[in-house]
Design a protein around this ligand. Structure first.
Ligand code: PLP
Length: 362
């Protein structure tokens, strides 16, 4: 097989080594005579994988002991609702949940919260078409939390420094850049991330949540929607997404073997720099719409000044084994997603192709 460089935003590329390990283990799990995805989720074999996966999250991100790590279903999208259900919906009258609207994903998170309680928009990037992030945000009086999106997968911007919220819990959707940089976990109340960008296949969502927030989750909620139910049962209240967790565990082992999140960050900077400098050096053939200060290392959004060349660019790139470069339908142009599993050679190949395309089509 000639493996393609897959620049898709999600689901997205996985380490080849992990795919091959899955292939080796999927039919006969370690000589057990059956697949792990056929085994009971209460059995010793699955339990070992489940706990190892949680432990990898803890050690790779250096998660303090007063935080729980949950593995849930429903994607990051379920967290758009679960966060306000647990923290806002039953909060006393007069308190709001604050949201930074930094792009498409933050907007969706806010829309769900607004159905469940009072919200306050602490910043809205609409006037810059969501190409930058705020230096200052204006919190409401006594908010129940502040929600931010660490990396806007569609717009291609990311938070570089985390806002200081004091005693107000900082809640962060990290779906598209978790495990790509070290994190000061103690600054956050809740971090959540769907797996299918940087952690593995779709189907599992990681939630890192501080103990006091878990303890406050309202018992009026249906069981699945209460954080405390999952925390008390080590994310085995119901059948977990066994295959996704099995695969995520292999991805996290791989991250560890590569040198952990500090190494992932170093590689992410290197890969993103290759593409941004190809844009920069093109004398305006390519442009980047985002504020350089907040440009994403995971999703490089760029445009060809002559947009009529987009289709040709994508067709030619495909012929060269590079796929998934079409920009999101809402912003157009092009986007190269450079998640952890994208090798540096993939970014080099794309940068080379961008230069040769510009030379030929200028
Ligand atoms: C992909 C993505 C989501 C949606 O995740 P699902 O797992 O599909 O629900 C939410 N937020 C961000 C930042 C994303 O990149």
């Amino acid at each position: 097989m000639k493996r393609k460089f897959n620049f898709s935003a999600g689901p997205s590329t996985l380490p080849l080594q992990v795919l091959e390990e899955i292939q080796r283990e999927i039919v006969d799990y370690r000589g057990s005579g059956m697949s792990l995805i056929e085994a009971s989720h209460r059995g010793a074999e699955y339990e070992a994988v489940h706990n190892e996966c949680i432990e990898h999250v803890r050690t790779l991100l250096d998660v303090p002991a007063n935080y729980k790590i949950l593995l849930l279903g429903g994607g990051a999208t379920l967290q758009f609702g679960m966060v306000p259900l647990n923290l806002l919906h039953y909060a006393p009258e007069g308190r709001a949940a604050d949201y930074v609207i930094s792009g498409a994903w933050a907007k969706k998170a806010h829309q769900d919260a607004a159905k469940l309680g009072a919200t306050h928009i602490a910043y809205d990037g609409a006037s810059s078409s969501y190409t930058t992030l705020p230096e200052n945000i204006s919190l409401s009086e006594n908010p129940v939390y502040l929600h931010i999106t660490s990396n806007e997968t569609i717009g291609g911007i990311r938070w570089v420094d985390w806002p200081d919220t004091g005693a107000v819990p900082l809640v962060c959707d990290m779906s598209s850049d978790i495990m790509s940089r070290p994190l000061p976990i103690e600054k956050f109340g809740i971090i959540y991330a769907g797996a299918q960008k940087n952690l593995g296949p779709a189907g599992v969502t990681v939630v890192i949540i501080r103990d006091d927030i878990v303890q406050d989750s309202p018992s009026q909620l249906p069981a699945y929607l209460q954080y405390s139910v999952h925390a008390e049962s080590n994310s085995l209240y119901n059948t977990p997404p066994v295959f996704s967790i099995f695969a995520m565990n292999l991805v996290l082992r791989w991250v560890k073997k590569q040198g952990g999140v500090a190494k992932m960050q170093e590689l992410a900077e290197q890969k993103a720099e290759l593409i941004y400098s190809a844009v920069q050096a093109s004398n305006g053939f390519y442009t980047s719409p985002v504020d350089p200060k907040y440009r994403s290392l995971m999703n490089v959004v760029f445009q060809i000044a002559d947009a009529s060349l987009d289709t040709t660019f994508i067709e030619e790139a495909t012929k060269h084994g590079m796929v998934g470069l079409k920009g999101h339908r809402s912003v157009g142009g092009l986007r190269a997603s450079l998640y952890n599993a994208m090798p540096v050679s993939g970014a080099e190949a794309l940068a080379d192709f961008m230069r040769s395309f510009a030379t030929r089509r200028r």
